[in-house]
Unconditional design. Structure first.
Length: 82
């Protein structure tokens, strides 16, 4: 297991998607595809392919940081706590 240092701060802080748990815009993608972690409250989330709110399937384009985090049908978050 290689412990990758995640505490390294970057100078250009780009406010990302909001955390569903604490509401702070500190969601960051992890090294696992479709997985995100809030660096503020340290909760982990998984990007689902089916909307947990309306059940609509979403075509998720997993292109690094530009992944769609919201259901394009109802606008609910596609992130589920892991
Ligand atoms: Zn959070
Ligand atoms: Zn939906």
């Amino acid at each position: 297991m290689d412990g990758e240092p995640e505490t390294q701060q970057r100078t250009s802080v780009d406010l990302g998607p909001q955390c569903p748990s604490c509401g702070e815009p500190w969601l960051r993608p992890t090294n696992l595809p479709g997985r995100y972690r809030c660096v503020y409250c340290l909760h982990r989330f998984e990007l689902t392919s089916v909307c947990p709110n309306c059940g609509e399937h979403s075509t998720i384009v997993r292109m690094s940081s530009t992944a769609i985090l919201k259901c394009n049908n109802c606008g609910d978050s596609m992130l589920q706590a892991v």
